[in-house]
Design a protein around this ligand. Structure first.
Ligand SMILES: [Cu+2]
Length: 157
């Protein structure tokens, strides 16, 4: 089911609207790319207001050759990106897509993403539902190199 793209630009900051399917998309943005960059990423917070888990299983956008769901995991002292086949949105909970964590990876960006533009991103869920988001492009200062180091004392063995 494909939803008509919202052309009304007054709805640009529509992240606070509760979608029909009980999901709420807060402050989505795509990272602006310098002229020679080939990759970018989309971030947002997704709230699940329903009483059962939802699973984001894929994303797509016309501005990139390929779109993947990624997470970032610590390997020794390195932060490494890894593709995941789904991002689970826990019932009555939320997942934060942010630098250094889950993100929607845009591979092979066809042209630079310029701050102020808006890209259209389609999200597909395991139950067959889809959602189309208008995602503004923003400059993000923090790169992977400047990833915030958390002093995480508890280990996960
Ligand atoms: Cu990635």
């Amino acid at each position: 089911m494909k939803k008509a793209t919202l052309i009304l630009s007054s709805l640009l900051i529509s992240g606070s609207a509760l979608a029909h399917d009980g999901l709420k998309y807060d402050e989505p943005y795509a990272r602006a790319t310098p002229p020679n960059a080939v990759n970018s990423a989309v971030f947002m917070t997704i709230e699940n207001h329903m009483n059962k888990d939802r699973e984001l299983v894929s994303a797509s956008t016309d501005v990139a050759e390929k779109t993947e769901l990624h997470t970032v995991e610590k390997e020794g002292d390195l932060m490494k990106m890894r593709q995941v086949d789904r991002i689970v949105l826990p019932a009555e909970g939320e997942v934060v897509l942010k630098p250094g964590s889950y993100h929607i990876m845009l591979l092979g960006v066809k042209q630079p993403l310029v701050e102020g533009e808006t890209i259209s991103v389609n999200l597909s869920y395991a139950n067959g539902e889809t959602e189309t988001l208008d995602v503004p492009v923003k400059k993000v200062m923090s790169g992977m190199k400047h990833e915030h180091e958390h002093n995480d004392d508890h280990s996960h063995h």
